[in-house]
Design a protein around this ligand. Structure first.
Ligand code: SF4
Length: 410
């Protein structure tokens, strides 16, 4: 295997057609993401190609940075300087710690305010504690992520639990230290000797526990640097879940060592719950292009939300995946299935700005509460009902998408 391109370099690609808005009100139209006509009768869109997507109007609808709160050391670092140069119009505000910016992180206020903060504000900080911890479900290991926070605003998101619901993206600028830490961790493990459901041969590292790496790639080369680092490590594989289709990732060179997990749920649930994300149909349509670009492509069936008619809608989603995904995607695909976990504080907050979401998410008759370590009440489907729902999804997958191996259900 030859060397991957140096960190931060990208392959070039041909010109892209002009982006346009999507009539459905979704964040992006497919036209934003591809060039060339969709062949008549083809369920698969044309290739996702064009100039940097991150400079497109579609990307700016998600992220249009006007203010950057930066720890001085982060701003002075090479990655910090690249980010500041990328957003020259942004006002820069010095902060002591990326963890304590009360004017950004509070829970008060409505969605419009959070969304404005999420799309217009960035935080630059340094990840002080570099720690890789064991997982065993989604991945073998949870890596120290290259960012914390998200520009999207899913109604069930747990990521803001420590900062507050306006949690904008904090980019960790000490990416060389993060990659150095990971390289040493990978080396210490040696080859994986026993296959497990995470992967038969590679140690899998989740690099997106508290962030969406596809969105992070709109801001900096952190995602690219991690993808290229894992491309050099033959015993390990990066993995991240995403609800955002970023065609710029197709220009990287993952060499099969990064697993992208596109999260899917019935589109009618997603339109209500997955605020500011790419439509589910686009995530599915992008799978083949990501595979062609050298990624492993899996799916997260998550979160599964129990409501009247949910089984039929999941069956329809799985039939759609079976119809449109090419054989090559199916042959390597696997899935995680994750039942909804909710939270009492988040429920109260959502009631103030998005009560319709709570009609789906908050089902006291089906759910039970458990006090979490930080003292808040987490809510899950009751044990027996959850087991039935998991069995039901497994049956649906077996009958409508039998090629989709379920790695684990939680
Ligand atoms: S995409 Fe993921 S991290 Fe972002 S808001 Fe949705 S659930 Fe949270």
């Amino acid at each position: 295997m030859g060397q991957p391109p140096p960190a931060g370099t990208r392959r070039s690609r041909p010109a892209q057609s002009a982006p346009s808005a999507d009539d459905s009100g979704a964040l992006f139209g497919l036209e934003d993401l591809r060039t060339g006509p969709v062949p008549a009768g083809s369920a698969r869109p044309g290739p996702l190609v064009g100039p940097s997507f991150r400079d497109s109007p579609a990307a700016r609808r998600l992220l249009s940075v006007r203010e950057i709160h930066a720890e001085p050391a982060a701003a002075a670092s090479p990655r910090g300087r690249q980010i500041l140069a990328r957003f020259p119009e942004a006002r820069v505000v010095d902060v002591e710690s990326h963890w304590r910016i009360p004017e950004l992180h509070g829970n008060e206020g409505n969605l419009e305010r959070w969304v404005r903060i999420k799309s217009e504000v960035l935080v630059l900080g340094e990840k002080k504690t570099l720690h890789t911890r064991p997982n065993g479900r989604s991945a073998d290991w949870i890596a120290p992520g290259p960012a914390n926070g998200c520009a999207m605003a899913c109604a069930y998101c747990y990521v803001p639990r420590r900062k507050g619901y306006a949690n904008p993206i904090t980019v960790f600028t000490n990416i060389e230290q993060i990659i150095g830490h990971l390289g040493r961790h990978v080396a210490r493990q040696g080859p994986k000797r026993e296959p497990n459901q995470c992967d038969p041969t590679a140690w899998v590292y989740d690099i997106g526990e508290n962030n969406d790496c596809s969105v992070d790639a709109l801001i900096s080369e952190n995602t690219a640097d991690l993808v290229h680092a894992f491309a050099r490590w033959p015993t390990a594989k990066a993995s991240f879940a995403t609800k955002f289709v970023n065609p710029d990732l197709l220009l990287l060179d993952p060499r099969g060592r990064t697993r992208v997990r596109f999260s899917v749920m019935p589109p009618q649930d997603s339109r209500l719950l997955d605020i500011r994300t790419s439509p589910v149909e686009q995530r599915i349509a992008a799978a083949a292009d990501f595979l062609d670009a050298g990624y492993e492509v899996h799916f997260n069936l998550s979160p599964v939300v129990v409501r009247p008619g949910w089984e039929e809608d999941w069956a329809q989603l799985l039939r759609h995946m079976d119809d449109v995904l090419p054989r090559a995607v199916k042959e390597q695909a696997a899935a995680e299935m994750i039942m909804l976990t909710h939270n009492k504080d988040l429920h109260d907050l959502n009631l103030a700005w998005h009560p319709r979401a709570e009609e789906l998410l908050w089902q006291p008759g089906l759910q039970q509460a458990k006090r979490s370590e930080n003292g808040s009440w987490n809510v899950r489907y009751r044990t027996s009902g959850k087991a039935e729902a998991v069995a039901s999804v497994r049956r649906l997958v077996a009958s409508h998408a039998p090629w989709l191996r379920i790695r684990y259900a939680f």
